[in-house]
Design a protein around this ligand. Structure first.
Ligand code: SAM
Length: 312
């Protein structure tokens, strides 16, 4: 049953808030604060405490942050810190910190610096010998990974791929042998093109997790193969709307000895055969799984195509 937040729970929250008052929040520090990625309740008590106590907040977009602050009854001086003014704002923040102020840094949603502005400001503050304190919380990548079900313990954060097909596919070819789960961010207007490139470069068998609108009303988490992902999007156009994290299962694992032997055999076969024929023959020669060899053959073919392109 969906239990309402009851009085004793609220009392505990209030006690925890009191405990926060006893904690140290140094002056002359930049506080990098994660904010919700959709559900406004996904913010920590510590984040609220710091937002309420700092002297000013550097925001990717002051209007978005003001809405969040209003929901929590916080009134605070905000100023813009986005990708177009990050350098000059970094200098201003350093000055303010040197005067003993506490400044918070937030982006529109999630964790600053993760496919969001913030890195240059953090860099400048550290260069000036000042303190940077993270206030952890939501990040779309971590939320998606936490429910992926993929067994790899490793992940490789890619973020946004290039917008143009050719550059995107060149980038994907470089990533195709990575065994860690790949983490991508994508916008709705490019989701179909990106899925098409993924299936083309990685092959249709690889698994994908599509995490759409995480923590929001129309949240959807769908697991399928790259080959069937386009059909899933086409079945309902609403599925192409909103924000997406894409997780791609890492390249199937061969041991490194097996890898180089399989690569050698595939390299020879690819001189005369298609990717599919090379994988079939290599599977007969090595006794390894055809799908695994197909992925390896595809990656080798892509690499050799890129090398040919670059030589022209
Ligand atoms: N800094 C943010 C973080 O920590 O997740 C990411 C900012 S990046 C500019 C925005 C992208 O993150 C979106 O295009 C989408 O790919 C992903 N994203 C953000 N919120 C999301 C959500 N609620 N559900 C799915 N993806 C989301």
């Amino acid at each position: 049953m969906n239990q309402p937040l009851n009085f004793s729970l609220m009392a505990s929250v209030s006690k925890l808030a009191d405990e926060l008052d006893a904690q140290q929040f140094p002056q002359s520090a930049l506080y990098v604060i994660a904010t919700p990625i959709g559900n406004v309740s996904d913010i920590s008590l510590r984040a609220l405490k710091v937002l309420n106590m700092v002297d000013a907040i550097a925001c990717e977009d002051t209007r978005n942050t003001s809405q969040l602050l209003t929901r929590y009854g916080i009134s605070k001086k905000c100023f813009a810190a986005h990708q177009h003014n990050e350098r000059s704002v970094a200098e201003k923040i350093v000055q303010q910190l040197q005067e003993g102020l506490r400044i918070a840094l937030v982006s529109d949603a999630g964790t600053p610096g993760i496919s969001d502005p913030g890195a240059q400001i953090v860099h400048a503050v550290l260069e000036a010998g000042l303190q940077v304190i993270p206030i952890p919380g939501a990040s779309a990548a971590i939320a998606a990974l936490s429910c992926s079900g993929f067994l790899s313990n490793e992940f490789y954060f890619v973020g946004f791929l290039p917008a143009k097909n050719k550059q995107r596919e060149t980038e994907l070819a470089k990533l195709s042998n990575i065994k860690a789960t790949l983490v991508l961010y994508e916008a709705p207007h490019r989701i179909i093109e990106t899925i098409t490139s993924l299936a083309l470069v990685f092959g249709s068998e690889r698994k994908i997790l599509i995490a759409r609108e995480l923590s929001k009303l129309f949240e959807q988490i769908h697991r399928c193969s790259l080959g069937s992902a386009i059909t899933w999007f086409q079945q309902d156009e609403n599925r192409q709307r909103g924000e997406f994290v894409l997780l791609i299962e890492g390249a199937a694992s061969l041991s490194s000895d097996e890898d180089s032997e399989a690569e050698r055999i595939l390299g020879i076969l690819l001189e005369d055969c298609s990717v599919s024929q090379a994988a079939t023959l290599a599977a007969r020669i090595t006794g390894k799984k055809k799908n695994t060899l197909y992925e390896l053959a595809l990656a080798l073919q892509q690499k050799s195509d890129i090398a040919k392109d670059e030589n022209h």
